[in-house]
Design a binder for this molecule. Sequence first.
Ligand code: THU
Length: 162
Amino acid sequence: MSTPTSITVSYITHETWAELTAADQELLKAAHAAALRAYAPYSNFLVGAALRTTEGALVTGNNQENASFPAGICAERTALHAAMSLDPKAVIGTIAVVVPSVTGTRPVSPCGICRQALLEQEVRQGRKPMRVLMGIPNGPVHELQRAGDLLPLSFDASFLNS
Ligand code: THU
């Protein structure tokens, strides 16, 4: 028997940053500021991320490139790994991503490797949801309720033990 299955991913589009809470706006602003400190001489594509733990710590990151291109790291993982290296038990409530150069209506969303890393973090924090905000400066924000939604049919540690 063949059984079709569909997976639905839901997100909210906010037309402007002003529609978000002050805490979320602060995170988006911190991500924007972090992007301006990125090291991206090869792509010139500056990306910033900022996350808040449930204990209230705010940690930022940006992309760090390398002349050997694959050695670079994205903004999301810079922020994520920085936060978890500071507090291995941290629970991340929200992560925001901003690319200052992008305009229009389609905020940049995390690459595949970052999606895998964000999913791992959600598993690590007991599947407590990590919201993801993707923002365009002076433009719309996409809000996902959990990072795992970025990666349907994902691979995680449960397969290793099966
Ligand atoms: N990049 C990020 O930092 N985050 C993303 O979500 C997408 C891509 C970086 C990697 C590289 O330094 C540059 O953007 C161009 O791909």
